[in-house]
Design a protein around this ligand. Structure first.
Ligand code: HSE
Length: 437
């Protein structure tokens, strides 16, 4: 039986999961793939920690460079993460004709165009299912299953850490820091949790998905990105009163000649399926013309779910090697000569619904001043709610709008903030509600 030799670069949590699956499931994998996928080398700076796996003598090494130069190795599995060493090693491995599997969303979102071009030029496969949504087969779905579909939108929860934190605050009244600490202890937060909390990890993922779905170059810099650090329990409570839950959503829409790609806390109705995706789970809805709607749901992080996605990629590449079909699926879903730059709409140009919260003095005429400014800026109010009664202090005044252009909302908020009856900066949270107009 043919042997396909693979090497792991980085043997942390997911790398260890990959090694475990390869060893524990080798009979089943061999039966399904028709080849023995052999874990030939594992390079890591730490080769002494017991990972609970009995590696064959000579497998572990600290010399990653030697591994990517080893002519016996067919596939390199990059599990180092980050944008520096991992990038150099992947490019060098491609140059050596190795096929690549990676889960490195930060690297692909920031440098993917160059990396994919290098892989295509060299004629090697580069698979990255584990980079977005952990075990959910989102990349395979877009690249292969939906080949005959115009994808019109993808809306998802793509960061388990933020989803966990928001769920804990909403359902258990946990403090933000406590929930973040639990996410870190559970191992699904990034090494630098700012990447999670500030929405950057989610932006990496939606930049990759948008490129695959719409045949465009990866464009991270134009993805509007706002995290959850400013979300307060008060806004979560108000959201509930209006029938919404707050989720950190990645929203990508293909509209005419441009694309919307944005990440921000979003209010979604209780009857939206994404509102019931809780804890550290991920989910994405894909809307496309032939299929209408698809929902993928599952674990977006963690040792074995992510390792499972890596093994799926390894099997694909191994099957390509067995049949001489390398390059069968275009790396970025479209053939390289059909990938074009597509403009991403600036956030100021999006049209959606808004939740606005003001801290306003409880005096006659305040509501009309605020609503007057909103009206002057073409913003129609759907409902208004004031909490409490204070004769000499500020009270929260909440308004939900009908569809409005963001630039108009920002202009109105600037004018409202300068009113002497309004203290503090107004709060703006976007709403995704198909039942609203
Ligand atoms: N930090 C990420 C998350 C891990 O919380 O979802 C998976 O990319």
């Amino acid at each position: 039986m043919k042997q396909i030799n693979i090497a792991l670069l980085g043997c942390g949590t997911v790398g260890t999961g990959v090694a475990r699956l390869l060893l524990e499931k080798q009979d089943m994998i061999r039966a399904r793939v028709g080849a023995q996928i052999n874990l030939a080398r594992v390079a890591d700076i730490d080769i002494t920690t017991d990972r609970g796996i009995r590696f064959e003598p000579g497998v572990l090494t600290t010399d990653a460079q030697a591994v990517i130069e080893d002519p016996q190795i067919d596939i390199i599995v990059e599990m180092i993460g980050g944008e520096t060493i991992a990038k150099d090693l992947i490019l060098a491995a491609i140059d050596n004709g190795k096929h690549i599997v990676t889960a490195n969303k930060a690297l692909l979102a920031s440098h993917g165009n160059a990396i994919f071009a290098a892989a295509a030029e060299k004629g090697v496969d580069l698979a990255f299912e584990a980079s977005v949504g952990g075990c959910m087969p989102i990349i395979k779905t877009i690249r292969e299953s939906l080949v005959s579909n115009d994808i019109t939108s993808m809306i998802g929860i793509l960061n388990g850490t933020c989803n966990y934190i928001l769920t804990k605050i909403t359902d258990d009244g946990s403090a933000f820091e406590t929930a973040l600490g639990e996410a870190q202890a559970s191992g699904f937060a990034e090494a630098d949790p700012t990447l999670d909390i500030e929405g950057i990890d989610t932006a990496h993922k939606i930049a990759i998905l948008s490129a695959l779905a719409y045949g465009m170059q990866i464009n991270l810099k134009d993805v509007y990105t706002e995290g959850i650090s400013q979300i307060t329990p008060l806004d979560i409570e108000f959201a509930g009163q209006f029938g919404y839950r707050i989720k950190l959503l990645a929203i990508s829409k293909h509209k005419g000649e441009s694309v919307e790609a944005r990440v921000h806390p979003t209010m979604i109705p209780f009857d939206n399926m994404l509102s019931n995706v809780n804890a550290n789970l991920n989910a994405v809805t894909i809307c496309a013309d032939a299929v209408e709607d698809i929902l993928l749901y599952g674990r977006g992080a963690g040792m074995m779910p992510t390792a499972s996605a890596v093994l799926g990629d390894l099997a694909d590449i191994a099957r390509n090697l067995l049949t001489g079909a390398t390059g069968r699926v275009p790396l970025l879903s479209y053939q390289m000569n059909n990938i074009r730059p597509v403009p991403v709409l600036p956030i100021s140009e999006i049209v959606t619904h808004y939740y606005l919260r003001f801290s306003a003095l409880d005096r006659p005429g305040v509501l009309s001043k605020i609503s007057g400014i909103l009206g002057k800026n073409q913003i129609s109010i759907k409902s208004a709610y004031q909490k409490g009664r204070k004769t000499n202090g500020s009270v929260p005044l909440v308004m939900l709008t009908h569809s409005a252009r963001e630039a108009d909302v920002i202009q109105a908020l600037k004018e409202i903030e300068s009113l002497d009856v309004v203290s503090k900066q107004p709060v703006l949270i976007r709403i995704e509600d198909e039942n609203n107009e």
